[in-house]
Design a binder for this molecule. Structure first.
Ligand code: AMP
Ligand code: MG
Length: 409
């Protein structure tokens, strides 16, 4: 699926809109941070040599000749025998080489008037409580490589290093299309044979969580012309179409046929459980431009969820520009009870995780409920998907498994 996929074009984005985007070029620091020596503490800027002999029983008295607060330039120089009151983040005045925290003096902390003298009760080393210019970042230093996901801390780093905008890839445009005659909008009274449409909200949320721009329409009925019309409409805008339902071998399963009419079918059916019927196709853009990807996910809600996580997620991440689209944190856990499965398909079991009660720091995985591909309650309760290899018919209690955690990324 990833073969030949290229990240979507880059655009200039203000930092405020960059969360969840992926950097299209490496960024370097435009400024040095801190830009100048400053204090890490509220206290007094001193010459360390002046207070070398200070102790609680023999404090050293210094004359206070001024103050410097954050956001202001110092107006005086610390001469031998003097100190300047200084507030966290303020520039270290000339002459000073250390800061004595206010707690190590006889001065009042907080909103006190500037004292004329201060008694220092402890010696300080040169550089103590001083944050040196450039100790965090130096102008020209590499900050983030291309392919970096912009997270809240990335935003802070980029802002601190002088960037107001970044070049980031355009996020993928995704149309989510539910199909099935039985589907009614959530919350509406159900007619005979109807069920609430739940894949649409789920798949849209899964795509949004990956930073995609998502549109959803009304569910399409199980008719070829209706599904075809919906796919054609979606392809006008979308980079990726995620349809669900109607992709199996039932008499009314028209999605795969519709996909074949607008795209080249690359793949149908995967050896995973849940999620066997899955169709994947590529269409060339109307303008001859970038490829459009079409997924026909199985209709059963858990199958839809799992196949999105396994197959749609890497494709969206590749389009979004991630350096390693398939990467995903996995944790190791021990099964709390035996599990069984069909051989020949890799199983993704919905499990809850907790610290193993035997106290060795391992996690223990237990089935979160029924493993039928329709059982949403167990999916919503699950902390992760435990992977059982295709060759096995099950695993005994205590066996170790890899688990894809479901919270976060
Ligand atoms: P299908 O893949 O169309 O054969 O559907 C398999 C099962 O999933 C059926 O029980 C459908 O009713 C159900 N299903 C299909 N699409 C949805 C949906 N959007 N929301 C909830 N259930 C669905
Ligand atoms: Mg159906």
């Amino acid at each position: 699926m990833l073969t030949g996929l290229r990240p979507l074009p880059a655009e200039e984005v203000p930092l405020a809109e960059a969360l969840g985007r992926v950097l299209a070029e490496p960024l370097t620091a435009l400024t040095t941070l801190p830009p100048w020596d400053n204090t890490a503490m509220d206290g007094f800027a001193v010459r360390a040599a002046d207070v070398a002999d200070a102790s609680p029983s023999h404090p050293v008295e210094l004359r206070v000749i001024g103050e410097v607060a954050a956001g202001h330039a110092p107006t005086a120089t610390v001469e031998p025998g003097t100190a300047i009151r200084i507030l966290t983040g303020a520039m270290l005045p000339l002459g000073a080489d250390a800061v004595v925290p206010v707690e190590d003096t006889d001065a009042q902390p907080g909103l006190a008037d500037l004292p004329e003298r201060v008694a220092v009760r402890f010696a300080v080393a040169v550089g103590e409580s001083v944050r040196r210019a450039g100790s965090d970042i130096r102008a020209g230093d590499p900050l983030c490589p291309a392919g970096t996901l912009v997270r809240p801390a990335t935003l802070a780093l980029l802002a601190a290093a002088g960037h107001a905008t970044v070049r980031a890839h355009r996020p993928p445009r995704v149309v989510v299309l539910a199909t099935g005659d039985e589907l009614a909008a959530p919350g509406t009274p159900l007619g005979p044979g109807q069920i609430p449409e739940s894949n649409g909200p789920m798949l849209a949320a899964q795509a949004r969580r990956l930073g995609a721009e998502v549109r959803t329409g009304p569910p399409a009925p199980d008719r070829l012309d209706a599904v075809l019309g919906a796919l054609r409409g979606a392809l006008v805008w979308a980079d990726v179409v995620v349809a669900s339902g109607g992709v199996s071998v039932g008499a009314h399963d028209v999605v795969r046929t519709a996909m074949e009419s607008v795209a080249r079918l690359d793949l149908w059916r995967v050896a995973v459980q849940p999620g066997k019927p899955l169709a994947f196709a590529r269409a060339t853009g109307e303008d001859g431009g970038g490829e459009r990807l079409l997924f026909g996910l199985p209709g059963n809600p858990v199958s839809s969820f799992v196949t999105f996580e396994l197959f749609v997620r890497p494709v969206l991440r590749a389009l979004a520009g991630h350096a390693r689209p398939v990467d995903r944190p996995q944790v190791r856990a021990r099964l709390g009870a035996a599990v069984t499965k069909a051989t020949g398909r890799r199983a993704y079991l919905r499990v809850t995780l907790r610290r193993d009660p035997r106290g060795d720091g391992m996690l223990e995985a237990r089935l979160a409920g029924g493993q039928g591909s329709n059982v949403l309650s167990a999916l919503a309760a699950a902390d992760g998907l435990a992977i059982v290899p295709e060759g096995l018919a099950g695993l005994p209690a205590g066996a170790e498994v890899d688990v894809l955690p479901l919270d976060g990324g």
